[in-house]
Write a protein that binds this ligand. Structure first.
Ligand code: SF4
Ligand code: SF4
Length: 373
């Protein structure tokens, strides 16, 4: 049975976060279940971009701090690492308040610069190996620390999607380019989660992000920390909390098809707070755009992607900072006559531009054909 612990957390006030983190860990049997004194532990928060904690883009520093403190108290040797899609980890972690938490506790921060090619787990399906950050391969245990947010490509980003940050820098863009079908890309995310195999996932669900996440959405109070061993079960719990059937989240639908357990309600044991008391049924999740791709064969996707999949549109208040141009794996964004222009014909609908735009200047529009389907 997949145990998921839920603890209320009404704010990012230090004592409250520490209490909720401890509560989750205690419900699951304590850190000693996964970590022995002296072991090296990689803590992998979501450090997407250089944004202050109040914007809710990155895992909140108080959640990172509380987990690091618990690890140090248990005698572990933690490090914190990630590979933001755009810009340096040092800058992003500094702005997010995570670098300060690390300094205070004497925990090193590891920018994932060096890669090691790691064979995909035997039950993998899409890629034979992954260019993972060296740190991921050198530690004894990985602890996954995502935040509850929406995402244009995957609908929700939580435990499984957060592990994409274990792939070193530019390779993430390459993967978007190689695996252009949304369902294939998400099968790859499943392979990755099975390969990285975090021992534990603790989720920052105090202030979640809804709407145009993962960077430009609206903050929504959720008031909880949740935790579990199985990242698929953790994401299934998040889906249920925001009023979705887990299989309405493409990555979970695909994982369920593969026979991965923890996704059905009957395969999950909830501990602590009751999930029903924490539900947000009107949480604004992007439409099931990518389910479109799951329902039609490959040739249809290739032929008609332009007519059914949401397409990015640059809004008037674009500040021409060029971040989207750098983030676009297909290199289809350019500047013409002082304006940012997207070559729609060659756009692969990966939505990296929308994910990384620092000014909420990219909107995803669903074409008529997509709305019909
Ligand atoms: S769309 Fe966003 S990322 Fe692209 S140039 Fe404009 S403001 Fe910058
Ligand atoms: S324009 Fe945006 S959605 Fe299209 S390929 Fe580039 S990053 Fe992906």
């Amino acid at each position: 049975m997949n145990k998921i612990a839920l603890a209320r957390c009404g704010s990012y006030e230090r004592n409250e976060v520490e209490k909720a983190v401890h509560q989750c860990l205690a419900e699951l049997g304590g850190l000693g279940r996964w970590i022995a004194p002296g072991q090296k532990v990689l803590v992998k928060p979501n450090i997407l971009a250089a944004e202050p904690p109040e914007k809710g883009v990155d895992t909140h520093p108080e959640v990172v701090r509380a987990v690091l403190k618990a690890l140090l108290e248990s005698g572990a040797r933690p490090i914190v690492g990630d590979s933001p899609g755009v810009g340096s980890l040092a800058r992003a972690a500094e702005k997010a308040g995570i670098a300060a938490a690390c300094r205070e506790l004497g925990v090193p921060l590891a920018a994932f610069n060096e890669e090691v090619e790691v064979r995909t787990a035997p039950d993998g399906k899409i890629l034979k190996s992954f260019p993972l950050a060296r740190e991921v391969t050198e530690v004894d245990v990985v602890i996954n620390l995502p935040r509850v947010k929406t995402h244009g490509l995957t609908r929700l980003t939580g435990a499984v999607k957060n592990l994409f940050g274990c792939v070193v820098g530019l390779h993430k863009g390459e993967m978007h380019f190689r695996l252009q079908r949304a369902d294939v890309f998400q099968e790859m995310l499943i392979d990755l989660a099975l390969t990285v195999k975090p021992a534990l996932t603790l989720v920052d669900g105090v202030m979640a992000m809804e709407g145009a996440g993962p960077r430009n959405g609206d903050l929504r109070f959720m008031g909880l920390i949740l935790a579990g061993e199985n990242p698929f079960a953790v994401d299934a719990a998040i889906a249920r909390l925001v009023g979705l059937e887990p299989t309405e989240v493409p990555v979970l639908a695909l994982a369920a098809k593969r026979g991965i357990t923890g996704i059905k309600e009957s395969e999950m044991e909830l501990l602590g707070e009751k999930l029903e008391d924490l539900l947000i049924p009107d949480f604004n999740v992007p439409a099931a755009k990518n389910m479109i791709n799951l329902r039609v064969p490959d040739w249809v996707v290739r032929l008609f992607r332009r007519f059914v999949s949401p397409y990015p549109v640059i809004r008037e208040h674009c500040r021409r900072c060029l971040v989207c141009m750098q983030a676009c794996p297909a290199k289809v964004i350019s500047v013409a006559h002082g304006q940012m222009v997207i070559d729609d014909q060659h756009c692969i609908r990966c939505y990296c531009c929308q994910e990384f735009c620092p000014h909420d200047a990219i909107e995803l529009k669903v074409p008529f054909g997509g709305r019909l389907i």
